[in-house]
Design a protein around this ligand. Structure first.
Ligand code: C2O
Ligand code: CU
Ligand code: CU
Length: 537
């Protein structure tokens, strides 16, 4: 039995949206806003996939199967390589080519509404999986889009109103890879040397069922599980040969932030980030990976002894409320059976094992790390369409709820400052707004202060952005434990905003008009309303 609260009452809120929508003010503003329930004959798809969200029972732990939600896929048209099933609960990996036209017939067979978002992809509003396009059990939605993104690693997941956290938690997520010409020229490790690593934390009942019990404080912090799964499996051991690999890592967790590092202190070499390949490889001592962020690593196992192991870990760090909340748990149960199993589920100030790379075979040839990867046009202040205007994303809190720009999510709501001219390039400033904090009950203040000090992974739909600057307003020992783990070059769609941090980004809003979400990708925060619309017109 799962302990998930489905909040069915919320469904009513948009049960009538289809009919109401036409009369809502602002609705007529965005063109082509209807549900896309049937294929457009004018859209000539290169790849067609049937993707079904359904319940399933899959093996995750030893013993009883686990009841999950799962995307299952079927390739209807296109190259065989376009779809690769994974064991476990994750949806199939979708492998696309830049320039391909993709049609996905999405069927909802779950006993609750669902909608699917193509995270990182630059697609029109009606194809973007906005919660207003959720469909009910038995219904179909047709997603049609051209793959405009460059080579890289994206993902898809449910984005259902106030159900994103529970649906993703139960399994509704999958990886998307994109390849292109520029990437092929680089001859990066491919095939068996190109490995996906979706990292998620989960908790299980004694009967192996997913557990998701959140009291008010846990909800404020976000779900933290006590068991690490990689690609939907526990105790991941990955066999590798003595050569270079490309690792595509996605943090698919609801709220856990990882400080990725190699057990033996080997630095990490990144070749890609959310939006694709970097200009050139970047070497860091460790890499902070917040929910929804991706990083592609170049890992060279040459010179390592066959039979030896190298552990990918999440290293200890501070700077999250998890360890300030007074509800931190005991130590990990390392060495007591379950790798990656953590008691108490909240300690991010401990080392966590993620995946073990086991060197199986000595081979002699390995590709060399390219010194240059792909050209990238740096956006600068000169590119900003209206230089005197900065779009704010103020992270705040009121009534025990996180807010953005002083408001919580409301399906189609957008304010004046959330209006963006189409085909413009905007400077956006993301910061903690500490002013709205008064008014709470006296006894709440300590708790609120603690929660205000949380990190938030802020995600913007639509086109990828670049980071212009990062400023820490209260340098502390805690920040020192994470500060060398950020990749600030390259295209991003999610940026981790640490407590006290202020980040300026620059983002193009090209091609598509309509409502595009921006939100915290701590999924518990998102579901409590830490999400807003930009209205692009
Ligand atoms: Cu990955 Cu709006 O989300
Ligand atoms: Cu997204
Ligand atoms: Cu948040």
């Amino acid at each position: 039995m799962t302990h998930i609260d489905y909040k069915r009452r919320q469904f009513l809120q948009y049960a009538t949206l289809g009919t109401l929508a036409a009369t809502l003010p602002g609705f007529a503003l965005a063109k082509n806003q209807g549900f896309n329930k049937a294929p457009n004959s004018s859209f000539k798809a290169d790849v067609e996939i049937a993707l079904t969200a359904q319940t399933a029972d899959v093996p995750i732990l030893a013993g009883a199967h686990t009841h999950v939600f799962k995307y299952t896929g079927k390739l209807l048209k296109g190259p065989q390589s376009a779809l690769k099933e994974l064991p476990g609960y994750l949806g199939p990996i979708l492998n696309f080519e830049q320039g391909q036209k993709v049609r996905i017939y999405f069927y909802n067979q779950l006993p609750e509404p669902c909608v699917t978002h193509w995270h990182g992809m630059h697609v029109p509003q009606v194809m973007d999986g906005h919660p207003m396009y959720a469909i009910y059990q038995g219904e179909q939605y047709v997603y049609e889009f051209e793959v405009k993104n460059p080579a890289g690693t994206n993902w898809y997941h449910s984005h259902t109103h106030e159900l994103t956290a529970t649906q993703v938690y139960q399994g509704l997520a999958g990886l998307i890879t994109i390849s292109d010409e520029a990437e092929r020229k680089l001859d990066l490790p491919s095939g068996e040397f190109d490995l996906p690593l979706v990292i998620q934390d989960r908790s299980f009942t004694n009967g192996n069922q997913l557990r998701y019990m959140l009291n008010r404080h846990q909800r404020m912090r976000g779900f933290l599980g006590d068991t690490i799964l990689v690609n939907g499996q526990e105790n991941s051991t990955i066999p590798v040969k003595t050569r270079a690999y490309r690792l595509r890592i996605l943090n698919g967790s609801n709220s856990r932030i990882y400080k990725l590092g190699w057990e033996d202190g080997t630095p990490m070499t990144a070749i890609g980030t959310d939006g694709g390949l970097l200009e050139k490889p970047e070497t860091l001592p460790y890499i902070m990976l917040a929910p929804a962020e991706r990083v592609e690593l170049w890992v060279d196992f040459s010179g390592r002894k066959p039979g030896s192991d190298l552990m990918l870990q999440s290293l200890a760090y501070q700077g999250s409320a998890a360890h300030m909340g007074g509800d931190m748990g005991g130590g990990m149960r390392q060495g007591m059976g379950r790798m990656g199993r953590m008691d108490g589920a909240s300690a991010q100030n401990e080392v966590i094992s993620i995946a073990k790379f086991h060197i199986t075979e000595q081979i002699s040839d390995s590709p060399k790390l390219p010194t240059e990867l792909v050209p990238m046009r740096r956006l600068t202040a000169q590119d900003i369409s209206s230089p005197d205007k900065t779009v704010p994303i103020a992270i705040g809190m009121r009534h025990m709820t996180f807010q953005l720009n002083g408001r919580t999510f409301d399906m189609q709501d957008h304010t004046e400052l959330e209006k963006i001219p189409v085909n413009s390039i905007q400077k956006i400033r993301i910061f903690h707004d500490n002013h709205g904090m008064g008014g709470g009950r006296r006894g709440d203040r300590g708790g609120m202060g603690m929660m205000m000090a949380m990190p938030h992974p802020i995600h913007l739909h639509g086109q990828q952005f670049q980071i212009l600057s990062r400023k820490q307003n209260n340098l502390s020992g805690a920040y020192e434990t994470v500060r060398d783990g950020f990749i600030n070059n390259g295209w991003k769609d999610t940026v981790l905003v640490m407590p006290g941090e202020e980040i300026e980004i620059i983002k193009p809003f090209k091609d598509y008009t309509g409502l595009f979400l921006y939100h915290c990708h701590n999924l518990e925060h998102e579901d409590m309303g830490m999400m807003r619309n930009f209205f692009v017109s």
